[in-house]
Design a protein around this ligand. Sequence first.
Ligand code: HEC
Ligand code: HEC
Length: 164
Amino acid sequence: MSLPYWSRWPVLLSGVLLATAGAAFADDDDDDNARIRPLNHAAWRQECSTCHIAYPPQLLPAVSWRAIMKGLDQHFGTDASLDPQQQADILRFLEANAGGEGRSRRGEPLLRITETRWFVHEHSEELPKDIWSRPSIKSAANCNACHTAAERDDYSEHTLRIPK
Ligand code: HEC
Ligand code: HEC
């Protein structure tokens, strides 16, 4: 049974709309609100998640990752050094998946995701002002206090739980 030509219009039209929405989403992916891509790199996943979750490489630019990896022996008050080969291997992975250079300030590479304009903006709207000092959270760097699936690089809304 063939449909009259006019009944196909809605189908064609919704196809066009979907294509447009897809393009808009792809654009979004390039900007500062990019969705986090799940990544796999065994050494990074293991070595960079013993004290905190393995932070997504795309949330800092390559200059920041280079600075962080150079200073692992004095890493935020701890010693996180690795053997030179592993350090170079992880750095290559971080650089290859880094975000835009926009995530730095005054020419100085930022060492914290939580100090980037992107982070502050993304986390200022929906959260109460006292949130970061709550004992259940302790630090903005404690991503998985709220993003309960951050270990799997899942920062989506349906895994988000704000603790009391
Ligand atoms: C020995 C423990 C330890 C290991 C191992 C470690 N870190 Fe950290 N890292 C810390 C501590 C402590 C902080 C500060 C956390 C805070 O402010 O709450 C931190 C903070 C960070 C931050 C800044 C978080 C923010 O505020 O945005 C980044 C980025 C980071 N680490 C990257 C790495 C990478 C990459 C590796 C693997 C090469 C790594 N860390 C391994 C202890 C560690
Ligand atoms: C106090 C709870 C809390 C902590 C801690 C926290 N976040 Fe968030 N995060 C939020 C809220 C709330 C939003 C906004 C959700 C929204 O607008 O849909 C958000 C949004 C995001 C988004 C955007 C998600 C999307 O799909 O648009 C990313 C990525 C993200 N956070 C990463 C992080 C990282 C990385 C850390 C740690 C360095 C962190 N967050 C720490 C609560 C938190």
